[in-house]
Design a protein around this ligand. Structure first.
Ligand code: HEM
Length: 212
């Protein structure tokens, strides 16, 4: 929760300024509304991030079930759904090249897909499946943080190769670091979430088959 709040406190202010000059993502010439769409994406993404910290906290869920339902709707309809659809649009207009674009588009579709599946399972009172889809949704929501960590690590690791591997080309370096961070950012947390879910299920299976 602390990391999520710190991330939002750092990321959100430039996009509340209504000043395109504050954007940390260069706007492509062919898409003039880029800053508006990106800013709305960041606002909805921030709502998703903060609400999901409370949603996955077992103590909060157990103590305040009504708040869990209310925040759950906020997470889905004022966070992931609009944030993901706007993420899809900025992803299609990304200045970081086609490899990053492929990652952005798949991530946006998976984010919306897992979240809507989790919401539907709750509506159908299938709470085991609800939990499974929401754990995946949570991993994807938080993956934006690991994306930034990979971006920093790749920038530190690859900048010394600017004149050699990248032939002094700033765009090539930015596209390479951006694309690597984009793919690693969400695939590893999603694999970790699958491992976490599988591990819990395996433990339950073992308990059921072990004779007392
Ligand atoms: C998980 C699904 C998400 C997708 C598909 C997505 C997609 C994108 C895309 C495409 C961009 C523009 C950069 C580029 O062109 O590559 C972007 C920027 C940004 N996104 Fe997301 N995003 C997601 C989740 C989030 C979340 C949960 C937040 C939380 C606040 C967030 C915050 C930001 C910020 C702050 C930027 C601007 C870059 C910066 O200032 O560092 N995104 N996102």
């Amino acid at each position: 929760m602390v990391v999520a709040v710190a991330f939002v406190a750092f990321s959100l202010p430039p996009y509340l300024s209504l000043d395109p000059g504050q954007s940390r993502v260069p706007a492509p010439d062919f898409f003039p509304p880029h800053f508006v769409v990106l800013s709305l994406h960041v606002v909805f993404g921030s709502i998703a991030m903060i609400t999901c910290c409370l949603q996955i906290w077992p103590w909060f869920r157990g103590r305040y079930p009504r708040a869990h339902r209310l925040l759950g709707r906020t997470y889905v309809f004022a966070g992931c759904l609009p944030g993901g659809l706007l993420g899809l649009v900025v992803g299609l207009a990304t200045p970081f090249g086609p490899v990053a674009m492929a990652s952005d588009v798949i991530l946006a579709l998976l984010w919306v897909g897992c979240t809507m599946a989790g919401w539907r399972m709750a509506r159908q009172r299938r709470f085991v499946d609800h939990r499974r889809w929401m754990v995946r949704s949570f991993a994807l929501t938080m993956s934006i943080i690991t994306n930034r960590l990979w971006g920093m690590l790749y920038t530190i690791a690859l900048t010394p190769q600017f004149e050699t591997t990248f032939h002094g080309d700033q765009v090539l370096l930015a596209n390479t670091t951006g694309s690597a961070a984009a793919w690693l950012g969400w695939t590893l947390p999603l694999l970790a979430a699958e491992w976490w879910l599988e591990r819990g299920d395996a433990a339950k299976r073992r308990r059921r088959t072990t004779p007392r």
